[in-house]
Design a protein around this ligand. Structure first.
Ligand code: ZN
Length: 380
């Protein structure tokens, strides 16, 4: 027994710390039929109340490996923006500077604006504008102007704890009649479920119940590196499952709710996309048998770490029911299967893939027998 156990432990030790290729740089894999595009649709510059010039936003996005950004300066600051030093009436200017800066890269820059009202309806972003000079005295007229340009319009941070307002101080968002009206007349199509460092489970549930597109954005005002330690973390990002890596492709995906939210080490989205993303990332490489013990090699090919809970019928010899399979790494699981089987499933709950508030993706890792480990010494 001691000999057998030591052989098992050696198998586990030899392989569990083995790194696959070089570590992918936070890559999130495409899923069948779609590009997975990393996007931030809510960004400010000095042309409203941000702290940086628009070309810096482009450099930051490229450095972070984003596919697309939208420049969405507030329309609210009169003709001068927040800073009197910036004498600019043209609301397109920040987009133009960013767009020019991105011209030699493959970063997609989207023209947008933030339509800033008190609650209701709160702050609303319009992106894919052709002209950002849309501000009207009545915000409903501003929305209409954006709609006429074919904009995709979403509600920003409905849960925001405004420091100078008397609404939403408890962090719980409230849905008003005007939002129902804006959804019914096909103006409002999405909601920020994640804004900067906040996640709203209430807004998440609205998107599911009302069939709205979920987005996750940084709403960044300062230099991004002042807010995020980019060696360790990333800005909140909307993952867009696009048929084409173009502005039109992104817009089509947004209209058809093909997004997921990358927030901290979580991905939030519809089960159909999360399941595909998980299985593109985590593969069962081989399933060998050491007598009646299945030695399963699992590889995580993505740049995401996954946290799994074993909820199936078999337990593990070398792990508890909670497993973390790190980005770019392999893991050996010794499964107490009881007998040699041609195929069995490991049923897991993926604790950092949220398909609804407090609900995690449940899926199977199918293990097909690939061989038998006969000579335990050789494994060493
Ligand atoms: Zn904003």
């Amino acid at each position: 027994m001691v000999k057998k156990l030591s052989a098992i432990i050696i198998v586990a030790l030899c392989v569990s710390s083995f790194s696959v290729k070089e570590k992918p740089q936070k890559s999130i894999l495409d899923i069948p039929g779609y590009h997975t595009l990393k996007c931030d649709f809510h960004i400010h510059t000095v042309f409203s109340d941000g702290k940086v010039w628009p070309d810096v936003r482009v450099a930051e996005a490229i450095a972070e490996g984003l596919d697309a950004i939208a420049i969405t300066d507030h329309l609210k600051y009169g003709k001068l923006g927040k800073y009197p030093e910036i004498q600019e009436e043209n609301r397109n200017r920040s987009y133009e500077i960013a767009s020019e800066a991105a011209a030699k890269s493959d970063l997609i820059v989207i023209r947008g604006a933030e339509i800033t009202q008190g609650m209701p309806p709160g702050h609303i972003n319009a992106i894919f504008l052709s002209d950002a000079n849309i501000a009207q005295a009545d915000y409903m007229d501003t929305f209409e102007k954006a709609k006429q340009q074919g904009a995709f319009i979403f509600w920003n941070h409905p849960h925001w704890k405004s420091p100078d307002k008397d609404w939403e101080q408890d962090g719980i968002p409230q849905w008003f009649d005007v939002h129902t009206k804006l959804v019914e007349n096909k103006t409002l199509m999405g909601v920020e479920v994640v804004n900067a460092r906040s996640y709203s489970k209430e807004a998440h549930q609205w998107c599911i119940d009302k069939n709205l597109t979920m987005v996750a954005n940084s709403d960044i005002h300062t230099p991004i590196a002042l807010e995020y330690d980019l060696k360790e973390e990333h800005r909140p990002t909307t993952l867009v499952f696009a048929k084409a890596r173009t502005q039109a492709g992104i817009k089509e995906a947004l209209i058809n709710h093909r997004t997921a939210l990358w927030f901290e080490n979580n991905i939030i989205g519809d089960a159909q996309f999360l399941d595909r993303l998980f299985h593109e990332s985590v593969k069962v490489e081989k399933t060998e048998y050491l007598e009646n013990l299945a030695v399963v090699t699992i590889r995580n090919e993505s740049g995401l770490d996954f946290i799994l809970e074993n909820i199936g019928e078999y337990s593990f010899y070398n792990k508890t029911n909670f497993l973390e399979i790190e980005a770019g790494k392999e893991m050996i699981l010794l499964v107490k299967i009881g007998s040699v089987k041609d195929q069995f499933n490991l049923k897991v709950s993926v604790k950092n893939l949220l398909t609804a508030p407090d609900t995690y993706l449940t899926t199977n890792l199918t293990c097909n027998k690939t061989g038998v480990i006969k000579d335990k010494k050789q494994v060493k």
